[in-house]
Design a protein around this ligand. Structure first.
Ligand SMILES: Cc1ncc(COP(=O)(O)O)c(C=O)c1O
Length: 433
């Protein structure tokens, strides 16, 4: 009935998550509130891990893309589930290291890593630095030399695949700020440059074609292109790369009409391509890494808000305003990302109206959605936005000096705070007199 398995309705007609009544959660922790079902997070990790076992005989790794939702608790959870980690900043790296995440299982991404971030990554012994461009390659070589430590690297390649998703979350095509293009020869130039450097060890390639992708074909085509490039590298340089990181991007269900493929289907399709292509090219199957983010954390989360005002503009629309907004979920304002919503305390009632859900920020574009089917909402109701586990908390801001909501993990009917609510004092903590 719901887009996420962790949701239900109890005998009071209230929405539940992980066996907890959302109204009780709100009473205890107030609103706005991020809630994540821990069991579902763990199950997603396990499904990916077991499919690596099944399709690559364990010759691979699932690196959770922490940008989708990063805090100490989720880094710890990924570590406990035996995953690797994709980080993209000194902050994500620091969070991971603060819980003792094994550095060898970390992939450090980014199109403009600072010298300080690279230095820290080297000091921590990060297993794979994913080099984005030639300037970074040179810089990393110098930094590694000064630490007398060889940096293990992958090169980020743009495979030239145009995945059909929103412009802002497409990354595999030539016009992207990420990585080195194949078509222009830039990627091969970087391979040769890396091979000639003393303080970097090129072990493989990385690519990521975008996010929220439903088709399997672009993933299969990407694997094919990347493997052919690895064969070309072997031919031109004699270098046999041993690792191929195929990125993340698997789509999830945000709306009832979305129909993402089960993870197994992606893994099956891509692994068939990998096996057959390697055979054709006479190559050993490389160590395969995948980096799912949204599909691990997204479906496991919801956000709960209190409805404040309901403003009906006759013949125009009805605004239902909540006590959060683009500060805790900027995705509608950024790229019209759509969500399913419901009134948590009327979860078993039919949705009889279509409304615009607005946040409380001083910005007309501060909307969480338009044309949203919803139960009759009145001030005081609790609004639930579903599948907000990815790119919500991690993209939140303090615009209008709104404190960030807390994150609560629920499991088997029990709840625990994993990120505290920010206080007003937190907001002025770094202000100088
Ligand atoms: C390099 C890289 N890997 C993995 C991901 C995770 O993508 P998703 O959350 O769509 O699985 C991203 C997302 O932007 C990315 O840039």
């Amino acid at each position: 009935m719901f887009i996420s398995d962790c949701l239900g309705i109890n005998d009071k007609g209230n929405l539940t998550i992980g066996g907890c009544d959302t109204l009780e959660l709100v009473q205890r922790y107030a609103t706005p509130l991020y809630v994540m079902d821990e069991q579902q997070l763990r199950e997603h990790c396990r499904q990916y891990r077991s499919s690596i076992e099944k399709y690559y005989g364990g010759n691979g790794l699932v690196a959770y893309a922490s940008k989708s939702f990063c805090c100490k608790a989720v880094c710890r959870l990924a570590m406990e589930e035996g995953l690797g980690l994709d980080v993209v900043s000194g902050g994500e790296l620091y969070t991971a290291m603060s819980v003792g995440f094994p550095a060898q299982r970390i992939f450090f991404h980014g199109n403009n890593k600072t010298p300080q971030e690279l230095t820290e990554a080297l000091e921590y012994g990060v297993g794979q630095i994913v080099v984005d461009n030639l300037t970074e390659l040179e810089l990393l070589n110098q930094l590694a030399k000064s630490q007398e430590r060889v940096a293990r690297i992958l090169l980020r390649v743009k495979p030239g695949i145009d995945a059909h998703t929103h412009n802002f979350i497409r990354t595999g095509q030539i016009d992207s700020k990420f990585g080195l293009a194949l078509e222009t020869g830039e990627a091969m130039q970087a391979v040769k440059a890396a091979a000639a450097l003393d303080w970097v060890q090129l072990v493989g390639l990385h690519c990521h074609i975008g996010s929220q992708i439903f088709d399997i074909a672009p993933f299969e085509e990407t694997a094919r292109v990347m493997l052919r490039f690895m064969a070309q590298i072997r031919e031109e340089t004699g270098l046999e790369l041993t690792m191929l990181n195929l990125g993340g991007g698997f789509g999830i269900q945000y709306l009832p009409e979305h129909d993402p493929k089960p993870y197994e289907t992606y893994m099956d399709g891509v692994s068939r391509t990998v096996h057959s292509e390697c055979e054709k090219l006479g190559m050993k199957i490389p160590f395969i890494v995948i980096e799912p983010g949204r599909s691990v954390s997204g479906p496991a989360g919801i956000t709960l808000y209190r409805v404040g005002s309901v403003k009906e503009i006759p013949g125009v629309r009805t605004y239902v305003s909540v006590d959060g907004g683009m500060t805790d979920n900027p995705r509608y304002a950024l790229y019209q990302a759509e969500y399913e919503m419901l009134v948590a305390n009327k979860a078993s009632q039919p949705k009889t109206q279509k409304v615009t859900v607005a946040g409380k920020c001083c910005e007309s574009g501060d909307l969480l959605g338009e044309n949203i089917p919803l139960q009759q909402a009145v001030p005081g109701d609790v609004l639930a936005v579903l599948a907000t586990g990815a790119y919500n908390y991690s993209m939140s801001s303090n615009y209008n000096r709104l404190p960030k909501p807390p994150v609560v993990f629920v499991r088997d009917g029990k709840a625990r705070v994993v990120v505290k609510r920010e206080t007003l004092e937190d907001l002025i903590r770094n202000d100088c007199e």
